[in-house]
Design a protein around this ligand. Sequence first.
Ligand SMILES: *Cc1c(COP(=O)(O)O)cnc(C)c1O
Length: 427
Amino acid sequence: MTTLQDCRARDAQDPLRSLREHFTLPDGTLYLDGNSLGALPRAAPARVAQVVAQEWGQDLITSWNKAGWVDLPARLGDQFAPWIGAGQGQVVFTDTTSINLFKVLTAAARVARADAPQRTRVVSERSNFPTDLYIAQSVCEQHGLQLALVEPDEIDAELQAGDVAILLLTHVNYRTGAMHDMAAVTARAHAHGALCVWDLCHSAGAVPVDLLGADADYAVGCGYKYLNGGPGAPAFVWAHPRLAGRFAQPLSGWFGHAAPFAFTPDYQPAPGIGRYLCGTQPILSLSALQCGLDVFSAAELLGGMAALRAKSLALTDLFIELVETHCAGHGLALATPREHALRGSQVSLTRDENAYAIVQALIARGVVGDFRKGDGGAGLHKDILRFGFTPLYTRFEDVWRAAQHLREVLETGEWQRPQFHQINAVT
Ligand SMILES: *Cc1c(COP(=O)(O)O)cnc(C)c1O
């Protein structure tokens, strides 16, 4: 059985241990929620202050050129592209995941309507993140398509029906942490004539992603989760080069124009992914995000994604082992797949009752995970206690301590205190 000493020894030997220094983490907190809001990069406060004081305060409008504000979305896209298997000039950071999803789903709907008008359905998972489903509903209404929501094991049968225009999937499920085989699923979608749109919110920066290798069609992902870009950080959007230039996106704003400063009255989309920009970009937020992406550049020198993935799996394996050995008999069940190839960078536990109060009791002890509500259904759809393990800054010792706190909360029944049962606005 793994001991605290073993965990400390693993931390001492961890090739990525220096990356924790790139973050400011509050004392006394075990932060296991980097998959909801990433930690603060140490460089971000000074960087944002400099952009405010110098680039905005002193250099004012000249900073669009002088400080390179105008191409920041594309520069950050190029900086991060290798981490998702995308090429240079194929990614921009802009807007939110929800908005980017609206753009790519609309683009995909237009491609599908033009190439295969008999295809009238968009398929996604019932357990997909709700905003993805809400956006898909809107796009379907606008383009005369029907949205079908299924369980993961029903996707193949849906594709075989032959009328699927778009398959919209989130690579790593936000509740269970289950991961799809992107290349295999994309190949099956293509074999049945469907376009494949991937949401990478819980995978970008946390697990290996190879969009070009998987021959994906479109992808979007989050800047404030594993990328540590700050609350509401700009998200990213990617379209395969064969599709990027094919249709104008629906939010045809001037920053996506081929020549925004020509001020012509008619819209001419920029070539490629540049057209996925809409209006004036949030420079302060992009500047903070850059500090998060810079940590990945540092990680590249320490083994890159292979090293991050190895550590992430070691962390999640350890947490599963410790929960199963130390917290047995308290009604917890594992919702996250044990098989490495099917697991993202989180561990989700289900419990029939009081999952919310247990999470609250842990937070009161400084162990920050989160609760995700089920829909009352069986299996996949139970209430969840969710723990994210960001390999950039989580230590093996943290995993040990988190598991001990969980054991104590369960053994003492601390979660029964009334204050842990009050439901907050943001859970
Ligand atoms: C976090 C998350 C989002 C968030 O979308 P926003 O537009 O940033 O609010 C969307 N989809 C998935 C799958 C997510 O995990």
